[in-house]
Design a protein around this ligand. Structure first.
Ligand code: TGC
Ligand code: FAD
Length: 392
C-alpha cells in the first residue's frame, strides 16, 4: 500500500474536468490494481532482481495490454488518453510494470496490428492482449543504439523461408518472450519486420544480469544464428526504418504519461513525509527550502500533465507529430528523474530505504531517460524540427 492517501494525488489545474467518465473509471481501476497487486511486492522484486510472478496475465486481465487495439483482435478499442492514463497508473507502481505493458502494447501488438497480415493479427493479437503470450521488440544492436538505421541483423530469401542472422541487445522481456518482433535488413538493405518464435532453431535469448535499474524487469539479448523464419512471419505492411520508428512514436507517447506516475509517487511521498517528520521542533515541511522543492515538483507535474493531455488529443485526431512526441518524452522523463532525486533528499536517510519509492524510481528512470531514444537524441529531433538542419 502507498504511504500517502490516494486522495492526495494532485490535479492542481482541474484537469479531471477535461477527462470523460470512462477515462476516470479506467484510471481508478488500474490505480486500485496497482495498490493491491504491485505495491505489496515491488520492493521485494526490485531488491531481488526478479520479475513479478504472473505480471503479464494480470496486466491482460485489467485490459492494460493493447488498450487501443480493436476489440475484434482482443484489445479494448480505447482512445489514446485512456492508454496514457493506464501507463501513468502503472508507472506510479514501477517503471518495470509500465515497460512490460508498453512493450507488449506499442512495440509488439501495434506493429502486428498496423503492418501485419490478417492471419498474423488473428494468430497473435488475442493471446498477446490476454498476456498468455509475451512479446519483445528487437531494434537495438550491440553496435547500433541511437542509430538503428545502421543495423547489421539481416535475412536472406531462401525461397521457402527466410534465413535470419544477427543479434539484438538490451531487449525488454527477451528472456521471457514467446515471440519477438525483429527488425532486420533484407538483401536490398531495407529494414523489414519479422515475427520470430521461441523454439525456432538457432534463436536464443540470454539474460543481461547485474542491472542497477529496472530490476523488476527482465532484459536480455535476441541472438539469431541461421534461424529459419517461415515466410508468413514477415510483416507485409511496411518497409524501411519508418516501420520500427512508428512503433516508437506510440511507446514514447506512453512513456510521457507513464513517468508522470513515477513523479506523483515521489511527490506524494515527500509531501506526506515533510508533514510528519520534525526537526528543530517543527515539521520539515514548514521550512522554505523544503516548500520550494515541493512547489517546484507540483508545478512540473502539472505542466507535464497538460503537455500529455494535449498530446493525447492530437494523437486521437492522428495529428501528433514525431517531434511533438519527442518533446514530451524528453521533458517528462527529465521532470520525473529530477523529482525522484530531489524528493529523496526530503526524506534524508530514510530516502535510501526500500520502504520508500524514491531510489527505485530514480534508478529506473536512468533507463527510461536512455531507452526509446536518449535525452540527447530527442533534443536533436526537436532541433531538426526547428531548424530543418540534421545535427545527428
Ligand atoms: P531518418 O533518415 O530521419 O528516418 C528514416 C525514415 O524513418 C522516418 N521516420 C519516422 N517515421 C515514423 N516515426 C518517426 N518517429 C520517424 N522518424 C523518422 C523518416 O521519415 C524516414 O522515412 P523514409 O520514408 O524517408 O525512409 O533516420 P535516421 O537514420 O537519421 O535516424 C533518425 C533518429 C536518430 C531520430 C532515429 O533513428 C531515432 O529515433 N533513434 C533513437 C533510437 C531509439 O529510440 N531506439 C529505441 C529502441 S526500442 C526501446 O528502447 C524499447 S524500451 C521499451 C521499454 O522497456 O519500455
Ligand atoms: P548510444 O547510441 O551508444 O549512445 C551513447 C550516448 O551517445 C548517449 O548519451 C547518446 O545520447 C549519445 N549520442 C548518440 N548519438 C549522438 C549524436 N548523433 N549526437 C550527440 N550525442 C549522441 N531496445 C530495443 O530495441 N528493444 C527493447 O526492448 C529495449 N529495451 C531496453 C531496456 C533497457 C533497460 C535499456 C537500458 C535499453 C533498452 N533498449 C531497447 C535499448 C535502448 O533503446 C538504447 O539503449 C538506446 O536507444 C541508446 O542506445 P545505446 O545504449 O546504444 O547508446
Amino acid at each position: 500500500m502507498s504511504y500517502y492517501s490516494l486522495t492526495s494525488i494532485p490535479d492542481y489545474y482541474g484537469i479531471d474536468a477535461l477527462l470523460t467518465e470512462e477515462h476516470k473509471l479506467i484510471r481508478q481501476s488500474v490505480r486500485d490494481w496497482v495498490e493491491s497487486f504491485v505495491m505489496p511486492q515491488i520492493d521485494h522484486a526490485a531488491q531481488n532482481h526478479t520479475d513479478i510472478p504472473n505480471l503479464m496475465k494480470e496486466l491482460g486481465q485489467i485490459g492494460a495490454l493493447g488498450p487501443y487495439i480493436p476489440v475484434e483482435y482482443g484489445g479494448s478499442g480505447l482512445d489514446q488518453i485512456s492508454y496514457g492514463l493506464i501507463m501513468q497508473e502503472l508507472e506510479r507502481g514501477d517503471s518495470a510494470v509500465r515497460s512490460a505493458a508498453s512493450v507488449q502494447s506499442s512495440l509488439v501488438m501495434f506493429p502486428i496490428n498496423e503492418f501485419g497480415s490478417e492471419e498474423q493479427k488473428r494468430k497473435y493479437l488475442p493471446k498477446l492482449a490476454a498476456g498468455e503470450m509475451i512479446g519483445s521488440f528487437g531494434l537495438t544492436e550491440p553496435n547500433h543504439g541511437s542509430d538503428p538505421g545502421s543495423m547489421e541483423t539481416h535475412f536472406k530469401d531462401m525461397e521457402d523461408h527466410y534465413l535470419l542472422n544477427g543479434a539484438k541487445m538490451w531487449i525488454t522481456n527477451s528472456p521471457l518472450c514467446d515471440i519477438a518482433v525483429v527488425w532486420a535488413k533484407n538483401e536490398e538493405g531495407k529494414v523489414q519486420g519479422l515475427i520470430v518464435e521461441r523454439g525456432m532453431e538457432g534463436f536464443t535469448t540470454p539474460e543481461t544480469h547485474n542491472k542497477w535499474s529496472l530490476r523488476a524487469s527482465k532484459t536480455g539479448e535476441l541472438v539469431f544464428n541461421d534461424v529459419k523464419v517461415p515466410k508468413e512471419n514477415l510483416l507485409p505492411g511496411v518497409t524501411g526504418l519508418k516501420g520500427p520508428l512508428s512503433c516508437l512514436n506510440s511507446a514514447r507517447y506512453g512513456i510521457s504519461w507513464g513517468v508522470i506516475g513515477a513523479a506523483i509517487d515521489c511527490y506524494c511521498t515527500a509531501v506526506q513525509y515533510s508533514k510528519e517528520r520534525k526537526q528543530f521542533g517543527k515539521p520539515i515541511g514548514s521550512y522554505q527550502l523544503q516548500q520550494k522543492k515541493l512547489a517546484e515538483f507540483l508545478t512540473e507535474i502539472t505542466k507535464a500533465q497538460l503537455l500529455c493531455l494535449q498530446l493525447g488529443n492530437l494523437k486521437n485526431d492522428h495529428k501528433a507529430t514525431p517531434a511533438q512526441i519527442s518533446m514530451a518524452k524528453r521533458n517528462n522523463v527529465n521532470m520525473a528523474i529530477e523529482i525522484a532525486r530531489e524528493s529523496r533528499q526530503i526524506l534524508g536517510g530514510m530516502g535510501i530505504m526500500g520502504e520508500f519509492p524514491m531510489m527505485r524510481h530514480a534508478a529506473n528512470l536512468e533507463s527510461v531517460i536512455t531507452y526509446e531514444g536518449t535525452h540527447d537524441v530527442h533534443l536533436l529531433i526537436t532541433g531538426l524540427d526547428i531548424t530543418g538542419i540534421n545535427a545527428f
